[in-house]
Design a binder for this molecule. Structure first.
Ligand SMILES: [Zn+2]
Length: 229
């Protein structure tokens, strides 16, 4: 980026190449509601349906770096204001030398089947009609397969078997990496925890409720199940 920054723009971050073109993250002042010249505002979550994997990678990288920079303005060890590293992407404490690299929080998401039906649940944070497969953050000390088993036990009271890794997707809300699985019901009746999960049931292919947006890992895992005959 050559030349002085326009008013309202903070220091940009280089996030990599997209189709061999350098991409930069610009953070605007919250007071700046006017679109910069030649740009359009776009809501981030709906855009996942419109972007390919490479474009989503750029969006996810940007949001995660923005979150990292905002949340490490001061050293968590001694409280001194951090400075950006010159040799690598890191925030450094000039007082105690602590380094803060961009980090991601792993979470699992799992499509559980029982005969020809799929487990879908309504989460209290969802839109009223929407149902999806279950997800949750990895606890310290857990393997990701253990997280899958624990989340299903805690949120809907079932045990699963044949937990198989399927795919992953950066999920920058604010800094997750979603790790997707397929699994099969083993035992237990569905008992939603009533806090996070308000409703859960088994749905067949001809009886599906409103689902997550195409492009999301949740929808990809659901579609993989639906396409399997
Ligand atoms: Zn420090």
């Amino acid at each position: 980026m050559a030349g002085p920054l326009a008013p309202g723009l903070k220091k940009p971050l280089h996030i990599g190449l997209l189709d061999k073109v350098p991409c930069w993250l610009f953070e605007l002042d919250e007071s700046q509601t006017q679109e910069p010249s030649g740009c359009n505002w776009s809501e981030i979550r709906p855009s996942i349906s419109l972007l390919d994997a490479e474009e989503w990678r750029a969006v996810a990288c940007s949001l995660t770096l923005l979150w990292w920079r905002k949340n490490h303005r001061f050293c968590g060890s001694c409280g001194t204001e951090t400075v950006e590293g010159t040799e690598e992407r890191v925030l450094c404490c000039p007082n105690c030398g602590a380094l803060f690299y961009p980090n991601q929080s792993p979470a699992v998401i799992v499509a559980v089947t029982k005969d020809d039906a799929l487990l879908l649940a309504h989460n209290s944070h969802f839109h009223p009609e929407m149902h999806s497969i279950l997800a949750g953050f990895v606890d310290p000390g857990e393997t990701i397969e253990e997280t899958v088993a624990r989340e299903l036990r805690e949120e809907v009271g079932i045990e699963v078997k044949n937990i198989r890794y399927a795919r992953s997707q950066p999920w920058p809300f604010p800094n997750s990496l979603m790790i997707g699985f397929h699994a099969e019901w083993q035992s237990g009746e569905l008992k939603p925890d009533g806090v996070e999960i308000k409703f859960a049931d088994w749905f067949t292919r001809d009886n599906l409720p409103a689902l997550p947006r195409p492009g999301s890992i949740a929808r990809m895992l659901i579609d993989e199940w639906a396409d399997k005959r």
